[in-house]
Design a protein. Structure first.
Length: 272
């Protein structure tokens, strides 16, 4: 059987898995208070951040697609409501959308700086953060980055920005408008290091000659679903949904469907 046909069959099977993997759980009607917390307008309003290529992208028709979109659609089916997507290009915009009440749920890296306003589920995927430098850079390992005079480019208000702002003691941080713009900003400003999603940096290194990644990773991002605090029924339901999505294979199927490498399904979290 030709490889193209096999690929199409495989994708169709994955799509069916994503559509039905939570069907058993969906047989039990969701609690009314959870629906009210998660979809107060009668629709599930979710923010989708295109700034993280692991989670979302635009498909050939220009529509938002990816792991976060698949999870949003599955959650909406579980709640019995329609979906309304707000598409943004940066983590900061996603955080603002949730904080302002324009959306009900989003997809965020777990970070204590956001915990005051965001109720997180346990992580559903884990993503590696890496450093990129020029080929001629004297830096050879992640441990060498935090030195006086080293300037590190990050996406403003991204998980990398929050983490490195706390962790770097000697190096300085320069902030690009968004995470996808980090490497172009790094090149234009003649900075020393770019920090971001490993897969994004690998793609940029293949696009721009003379760049290399430092080996390994400097952090592991725990990517979770989140909602506004103060809605306990919704938070419990969302936490349970994420655990179901991991255990049922929904998250793994979505990663495979969208050909995402370098991200792994997070281990089971504590009981909701």
């Amino acid at each position: 059987m030709p490889a193209l046909i096999l690929r199409d069959i495989r994708h169709a099977m994955l799509a069916a898995c994503i559509a039905t993997s939570l069907s058993c759980a969906a047989m039990t009607p969701p609690p009314a208070d959870a629906v009210a917390d998660l979809a107060p307008t009668g629709r599930l309003r979710a923010v989708i951040n295109l700034g993280n290529p692991i989670l979302a992208h635009r498909d050939s028709a220009g529509q938002a697609a990816g792991v976060s979109v698949d999870l949003t659609n599955a959650l909406a089916r579980r709640l019995g409501v329609d979906v309304e997507l707000l598409v943004v290009t940066s983590a900061g915009d996603a955080v603002d959308a949730l904080a302002s009440g324009r959306v009900d749920v989003g997809f965020f890296a777990i970070d204590p700086a956001r915990a005051a306003t965001t109720e997180y589920s346990a992580a559903y995927v884990q993503i590696e953060g890496a450093y990129l430098v020029r080929n001629e850079s004297p830096l050879r390992s992640n441990d060498e980055v935090d030195r006086p005079g080293v300037r590190v480019a990050v996406g403003a208000r991204s998980a990398y920005d929050l983490y490195l702002t706390r962790e770097l003691r000697a190096a300085s941080i320069a902030r690009a408008p968004t995470s996808p713009a980090v490497v172009d900003f790094f090149v234009a400003e003649q900075l020393d290091v770019a920090a971001g999603v490993k897969q994004q940096l690998e793609a940029d290194a293949s696009r721009i000659p003379g760049l290399r990644l430092l080996p390994g990773r400097f952090m592991v991002i725990q990517q979770a679903m989140g909602m506004a605090r103060g809605r306990p029924a919704g938070a419990r339901f969302l936490a349970g949904f994420v655990e179901e999505a991991k255990a049922s294979g929904l998250v793994a199927a979505a990663l495979q469907k969208h050909r995402i490498g370098g991200a792994t399904v997070a281990p089971a979290g504590p009981p909701p």
